[in-house]
Design a protein around this ligand. Structure first.
Ligand SMILES: C[S@@+](CC[C@H](N)C(=O)[O-])C[C@H]1O[C@@H](n2cnc3c(N)ncnc32)[C@H](O)[C@@H]1O
Length: 242
C-alpha cells in the first residue's frame, strides 16, 4: 500500500503546513519538545519517521556524532536529504515498525508524530529496546489518545459552522482509525494512555517525563489557536532504558 506521504495531493498539502515551511519553529509543540531534548553532543541518534529531517538536522547541529533518519516516504526523504548534506546525517527508506539495528546502536531514539502510524506499539518498543544502549533515551511525540479515540479528528459544529465540542468516544477500543487529515483519508492507530505508559514500564524503561503540550502563549492570538486550548492534541513521552 502507498504511504500517504507519497501521495501527490497529500504531499503537496503537507508541504504547505507551517511545520513544513518553517521547520521546527513552525511546530506548535516545538518549545515544549525542545525542553525535553537530551544533550546531543557526541551521541548516536535515530529519528523514526523523520519526515523532512528537521529533528535530524537539529541533533547534528547540536553536536550529534551520527544521526540516522528513517522514513517510509521517498518524497519526504528527498526533501530531507537536501537539508542535511553538510552534516553527519544519513537516511534509510524503511518501515519504523520492523527496521532492526544491531544491539546498542543508539544513545538517543526520537520520533516526532510518526508512532501513531504504527499498528503494534508493543513490538515497536521491544525493537527500540533492542537497539537502544543501556541508559539510552527514548523521546517521542504522538497524537494524544483523547484526540485519536473517536476517529474523525474533527470538532462537532453547529448549523452555522461554529465549533460545539470535540468528540471523545470509543476510547478503550484500540486500533485502526480512518481519519481525515488535510482533506485525505489517513490510517492511524489509537491506543490508550495506559498502553503508551505501561508498555514502556513493562519493557523496563523509566519514565522521565510525560507532557501534554499547549501552543506557546505568544501564538494564542493566532487563528485556530484558541481551540487548541480546548482539548489535548499531542502527547510527549521521555523515557530511559534501564
Ligand atoms: C507527521 S509526519 C512527521 C515528520 C517529522 N517527524 C516531523 O515531525 O516533522 C509523519 C512521518 O512519518 C512517516 N511514517 C509514517 N508511517 C511510517 C512507517 N511505518 N515507517 C516509517 N515512516 C513512517 C511519514 O512518511 C511521515 O514522514
Amino acid at each position: 500500500m502507498e504511504n500517504i506521504y507519497d501521495n501527490e495531493t497529500f504531499f503537496y498539502k503537507y508541504s504547505q503546513m507551517d511545520r513544513s515551511q518553517k521547520g521546527l519553529t513552525g511546530a506548535g509543540e516545538w518549545p515544549t519538545l525542545q525542553k525535553l531534548l537530551p544533550d546531543f553532543k557526541e551521541k548516536t541518534v535515530l529519528d523514526l519517521g523523520c519526515g523532512y529531517g528537521w529533528h535530524c538536522l537539529y541533533a547534528a547541529k547540536y553536536g550529534a556524532k551520527n544521526v540516522t533518519g528513517v522514513d517510509l516516504s521517498k518524497k519526504m526523504l528527498t526533501v530531507a536529504k537536501q537539508k542535511t548534506k553538510e552534516y553527519p546525517v544519513h537516511y534509510l527508506q524503511a518501515d519504523i515498525a520492523t527496521i532492526s539495528f544491531p544491539a546498542d546502536s543508539f544513545d538517543i531514539v526520537m520520533s516526532s508524530l510518526a508512532i501513531h502510524y504504527v499498528a503494534d506499539f508493543a513490538s515497536l518498543i521491544a525493537n527500540i529496546k533492542s537497539y537502544l544502549k543501556p541508559e539510552g533515551i527514548l523521546l517521542f511525540s504522538v497524537e494524544h489518545p483523547a484526540f485519536t479515540a473517536e476517529g474523525s479528528e474533527d470538532w462537532y459544529y453547529d448549523d452555522n459552522g461554529n465549533i460545539l465540542h470535540y468528540p471523545l468516544d470509543h476510547y478503550f477500543t484500540e486500533g485502526l482509525r480512518k481519519t481525515n487529515f488535510l482533506g485525505e483519508k489517513v490510517v492511524k492507530y489509537h491506543r490508550t494512555l495506559t498502553t503508551y505508559l505501561q508498555t514502556l514500564l513493562k519493557n523496563d524503561f523509566t519514565l522521565l517525563d510525560v507532557v501534554e503540550p499547549l501552543p506557546p502563549k505568544d501564538r494564542w492570538h493566532e487563528d485556530g489557536m484558541k481551540e487548541e486550548l480546548r482539548r489535548p492534541m499531542m502527547l510527549l513521552i521521555k523515557a530511559q532504558k534501564n
